[in-house]
Design a binder for this molecule. Structure first.
Ligand SMILES: Cc1ncc(C[n+]2csc(CCOP(=O)(O)OP(=O)(O)O)c2C)c(N)n1
Length: 279
């Protein structure tokens, strides 16, 4: 259990740093950043084989944050892991920054793929997984998709390709937070059940509570040991999870706020961090 306490603290640190980063700017992609916090904590706090001192290490595991607008949460995670100083977070999305609003592998140490144009990440993740296989590397490629993003036809082309190629070192996640940019996913384009869908496409599929660190961690363990298929872990999440303002706003995809409006959310996240440290 000690392990999960550490991961809970890490998750709450990511949440606090992400909110402060966005608060400094007064706007940004709060909802979809908050919903992947626990996933990032498990990946970067335990599962991924990485070396922050050598971000380009060839044998590292790689992450494609295909829903590239969740960059702020990834940046907070990378800063906490020591890829760059925490102060850099306050330059988010400003002129000359290393941290653009959407992920850019040429700008940010630790970012493995440039993303933001939704749908494309699955193709680049497949390319990384195939490349690693050709090079004889044992590295895993992790891929984070949004549920709204799954409206893109390219996702299903990539899903077919990954299964055909038996990319069993590709471990993907759908952040099933049920909202997209301007409404509920089911209202914009009903996609049916993600578990059934990816199963039909030939993937090894699991579904877990995406805010339950132990459940996410164990699902990744399961995915790592199965062979012959790409793995999908559908994360049942809440958009804006852990940010009061986002949880109370619909839709909460991209919010603009004053420092007074965001202050109670930061205070609540800091309290959650303190509680996690004391637990
Ligand atoms: C190809 C493309 N079309 C449209 C957009 C604009 N856009 C940015 S985020 C978003 C909604 C994404 O929803 P979802 O994947 O569910 O993300 P999350 O809720 O996890 O933030 C859209 C339509 C885009 N970035 N790329």
């Amino acid at each position: 259990m000690e392990n999960y306490k550490k991961l809970r603290v890490f998750a709450e640190e990511i949440r606090v740093e992400t909110l402060k980063e966005l608060a400094h700017l007064s706007f940004g992609h709060v909802g979809g950043s908050m919903s992947v916090v626990e996933l990032l904590a498990v990946l970067y706090g335990k599962q991924m084989n990485i070396n922050p001192k050598n971000p380009q290490w060839e044998d590292r595991d790689r992450l494609v944050m295909s829903k590239g607008h969740a960059g702020p949460a990834l940046y907070a995670t990378l800063a906490l892991k020591g890829y760059f100083p925490k102060e850099t977070l306050l330059t988010l999305n400003q002129g000359g920054t290393q941290l653009p609003s959407h992920c850019d592998r040429l700008k940010t140490p630790g970012v493995d793929m440039t993303t933001g144009s939704l749908g494309q990440g699955i193709s680049t993740a497949c390319g990384l997984a195939v490349g690693n296989r050709i090079m004889g590397r044992k590295s895993f490629t992790y891929l984070v998709l949004g549920d709204g993003e799954c409206d893109e036809g390219q996702i299903w082309e990539g899903a077919s390709f990954a299964a055909h190629q038996k990319l069993d070192r590709l471990i993907a996640f759908v952040d099933l937070n049920k909202q997209q940019l301007d409404g509920k996913c089911d209202d914009v384009l009903y996609m049916g059940d993600m578990v059934d869908k990816f199963t039909a496409f030939g993937w090894f599929v699991q579904k877990v509570n995406g805010h339950d660190l132990q459940a996410v961690d164990q699902a990744i363990d399961n995915a790592k040991v199965q062979s012959g298929k790409p793995a999908m872990i559908v994360l049942d999440t809440v958009k804006g999870h852990g940010c009061l303002l986002a949880e109370q706003t619909f839709p909460c995809h991209h919010l603009k706020f004053t420092s007074q409006q965001i202050a109670p959310s930061i205070a609540q996240a800091e309290a959650a961090l303190e509680a996690a440290r004391k637990a």
